[in-house]
Design a protein around this ligand. Structure first.
Ligand SMILES: [Zn+2]
Ligand SMILES: [Zn+2]
Length: 451
C-alpha cells in the first residue's frame, strides 16, 4: 500500500463512522489499514442479555430491530430500523472509524465576514460563549426568547474556533431549519469549507470544517467536533431524548464544547448535569414580547361541524384584512373543516400541515406577501418570520397546545423592528394551565429584560 491510498482513506474516514458495506476502496486496503491500526472496527449491532444494541444510533428498543434472510451472509440477520435512512446496520456488518492522525485545518484569523452589529444582550451572550469555548467538555445553554437573534450570537465563537483550526458543527432536529441556516452561515464564513447534511441532501464535502446537519445526520460522525451547537434543541421530532443525546455526545470530541440553543428548554435539559445557562430575555430590537389575549369562543367545534363560521373568526379576519395572518389549529381534520367554511366566504388563503404536498410553495407565497392568510397545524410553530404578522390560535384548550408550543406560536408576532407589536389571540372554550403559564413565561421574560 502506498501513502496516497492511505491518505485517500484518511480524507474519507477522518472523524466519521461508516458501515463496512459502504467501504469504497479495495478489500486489501481495509485489511492493511486494520492491521496497521489506522482503522478500527466494531460490529454495527451487538447482542447482550438485554437484547440488541445498535452501535451506530444507540437504539435499544426491541421494536426497532427486524430479522430477515440476508443474502450477504446467507443466514437470518438482524438490522436496526431506527437509523435505516443511513443504510442498513445489520448484525453481519461492521462500523469503521479512522484511528490514524487526524486532518488539520489551518488557523484563519478573521474568518467572519458578517457586517451586522450585535445588540447589548447578544454581545454579552456571544462573549460568554467565546470564554467557555476553551473550557474542555463545557455544556452551555443559551435560553433566548423568540426573536433574540440567536444565530448571530454564534458567529464570534465560531470565528474563535476557526482561529485555532478547530472543527465546528451546527445541528438542529429539523431539516427546514438546516436549509434556512445554511445560506446565512455561508455568507458569514465564505472562505470556510461547509457541508450541509440532511436526509436526501446531495453529495457534500466530507471533511468540511463547518458542518450544518440534522441531529440525525450527526450519527455519521464520531468524536470529531471541537464545538457542537444544537439549535432548537426542544423541537419536533426530537425532544432531548436518548437518541439525540447519543448522536450529540458521540459526534463531539470528548473535550469538545456543547452549546444548546432554545426559547423553550425542557425540564430534562435544564436539569442536565454541569449545564451552564445564559438567558437572553430580550429581543434584538429591544421591544417587549407581545402578550397573548384570551378570548372565549364557546363550542367552536360544534359550530364548525354544523357548517357555521364563528363570528369572532369572521370579525378578526375582517379587522386585519390587510395584514398577514396565521390561524393555528389542533388537527388536520379541523383545519380542513375551517378551510371549507372559509372557501364558502370566498376567502383567499392556504392551509398547511405535515401532509400537505404544496406546503413549501404556500409558505413561500406567504413569506413573499403574495398571500395574506395561512391556516396551519403546529408544524409552523417556529421558523416563520413575517413582518407585521397577526396570530390566532383556535381551540387553545387542546392539550396539544403546551406551554412550549404556545410560547413559540406567540413568538411569531412582533419580530421586526418596524412592527414590534401585533395581535396574538387564544380563542378557547376554557382557559388551561398551559395558557396561563405561557402568559406568565412571557411576562417574566419581559420583567427580566427590564421592560
Ligand atoms: Zn440504529
Ligand atoms: Zn447478514
Amino acid at each position: 500500500m502506498n501513502n496516497k491510498q492511505v491518505e485517500a482513506v484518511r480524507s474519507y474516514l477522518n472523524g466519521r463512522r461508516m458501515l463496512s458495506t459502504d467501504w469504497p476502496f479495495s478489500s486489501e486496503l481495509i485489511s492493511y489499514c486494520i492491521t496497521n491500526h489506522l482503522v478500527t472496527y466494531k460490529p454495527a449491532l451487538t447482542k447482550s442479555s438485554d437484547g440488541w444494541l445498535c452501535n451506530r444510533c444507540g437504539n435499544k428498543k426491541a421494536a426497532f430491530f427486524y430479522q430477515h434472510y440476508c443474502s450477504k451472509c446467507n443466514s437470518d440477520c438482524t438490522y436496526c430500523r431506527h437509523c435505516i435512512q443511513m443504510g442498513k446496520a445489520s448484525s453481519c456488518v461492521n462500523l469503521y472509524s479512522w484511528n490514524g492522525s487526524p486532518i488539520h485545518y489551518s488557523p484563519i484569523k478573521s474568518s467572519c465576514k458578517w457586517l451586522g452589529t450585535l445588540s447589548f444582550a447578544q454581545q454579552k451572550a456571544a462573549d460568554t460563549l467565546v470564554s467557555i469555548s476553551i473550557i474542555p467538555a463545557a455544556i452551555h445553554l443559551i435560553w433566548a426568547v423568540c426573536g433574540a437573534g440567536k444565530t448571530e450570537i454564534l458567529f464570534p465563537v465560531i470565528e474563535k474556533c476557526i482561529q485555532f483550526g478547530k472543527r465546528v458543527a451546527i445541528a438542529t432536529p429539523r431539516t427546514d431549519v438546516v436549509k434556512e441556516l445554511a445560506p446565512r452561515f455561508k455568507a458569514a464564513f465564505p472562505n470556510i469549507t461547509q457541508s450541509v447534511l440532511y436526509g436526501g441532501s446531495r453529495k457534500q464535502a466530507i471533511q468540511a470544517q463547518l458542518v450544518l446537519a440534522t441531529t440525525h445526520q450527526l450519527l455519521r460522525y464520531s468524536h470529531t467536533f471541537d464545538l457542537l451547537v444544537v439549535d432548537e434543541v426542544d423541537a419536533f421530532p426530537y425532544s432531548y431524548d436518548s437518541s439525540l443525546k447519543f448522536a450529540v455526545y458521540n459526534a463531539k470530541k470528548k473535550s469538545g464544547v456543547l452549546v444548546f440553543l432554545s426559547a423553550t428548554p425542557s425540564k430534562t435539559l435544564l436539569n442536565e448535569k454541569n449545564l451552564n445557562l445564559t438567558k437572553i430575555p430580550i429581543r434584538f430590537h429591544g421591544k417587549p414580547l407581545p402578550l397573548p389575549r384570551f378570548k372565549w369562543i364557546g363550542n367552536w367545534q360544534k359550530a364548525i361541524n354544523a357548517g357555521k363560521l364563528p363570528s369572532l373568526i369572521f370579525e378578526w379576519l375582517s379587522h386585519y384584512n390587510n395584514e398577514p395572518k396565521m390561524i393555528f389549529l389542533p388537527s388536520i381534520y379541523l383545519l380542513n373543516k375551517l378551510s371549507n367554511l372559509l372557501k364558502n366566504e370566498s376567502c383567499v388563503f392556504a392551509a398547511v400541515h405535515a401532509k400537505a404536498p404544496n406546503r413549501h410553495q404556500s409558505i413561500a407565497a406567504f413569506r413573499n406577501k403574495k398571500l395574506k392568510l395561512l391556516l396551519t397545524t403546529t408544524i409552523l410553530e417556529r421558523g416563520v418570520t413575517v413582518e407585521n404578522l397577526q396570530v390566532a390560535v383556535l381551540g387553545t384548550e387542546n392539550p396539544l397546545f403546551s406551554e412550549a408550543c404556545l410560547v413559540q406560536i406567540s413568538g411569531r408576532v412582533g419580530r421586526k423592528l418596524a412592527f414590534p407589536n401585533g395581535d396574538i389571540v387564544f380563542w378557547h372554550n376554557g382557559v388551561t394551565t398551559a395558557m396561563r403559564q405561557t402568559r406568565k413565561h412571557l411576562r417574566n421574560m419581559n420583567k427580566e429584560a427590564g421592560l
